[in-house]
Design a protein around this ligand. Structure first.
Ligand SMILES: [Fe+2]
Ligand SMILES: [Fe+2]
Length: 135
């Protein structure tokens, strides 16, 4: 069983966005697998970099979509994305300057970082997108 399982609770009601979020979950699961296999030291850094890159792509795709339907909360949502990107970049810097050990606390941080935003903020735009014909 994966560390970080997707279920309908995380759905924002828009297929394309859900699948991008699922990809983010999958990268965190890859980190977890690496940790369990004791390979974390070698592959954690490229995986963290992959997570940051994919996160940035996702945030910009999400913001583009929200802009296309004049989502009223977009400016605030953009600021949240900036803050989250900063957090995960700081996380990488700490990882690179520390002992480079990957442990469950770090994975819990990533899981928290991702789920809180999806559940509390991304879910808010779902109905607006649906009303504008984006499903
Ligand atoms: Fe978002
Ligand atoms: Fe998102």
């Amino acid at each position: 069983m994966a560390f970080f399982n997707w279920d309908d609770r995380y759905s924002v009601g828009v297929k394309n966005i859900d699948s991008q979020h699922q990809t983010l979950f999958a990268i965190v699961n890859e980190l977890h697998t690496a940790m369990l296999q004791g390979k974390a030291k070698n592959i954690a850094e490229p995986l963290l970099i992959k997570l940051i890159q994919y996160t940035q792509e996702h945030f910009s795709a999400e913001e583009k979509l929200l802009a296309s339907v004049q989502y009223p909360q977009l400016p605030g949502h953009h600021l949240l994305h900036t803050g989250l990107t900063q957090q995960v970049e700081d996380f990488l810097v700490r990882f690179q300057s520390g002992e480079r050990a990957l442990n469950i606390n770090l994975l819990n941080f990533l899981q928290d970082w991702l789920t809180k935003h999806i559940l509390s903020e991304d879910k808010k735009y779902g109905p607006w997108l649906n009303q504008h014909g984006i499903l």
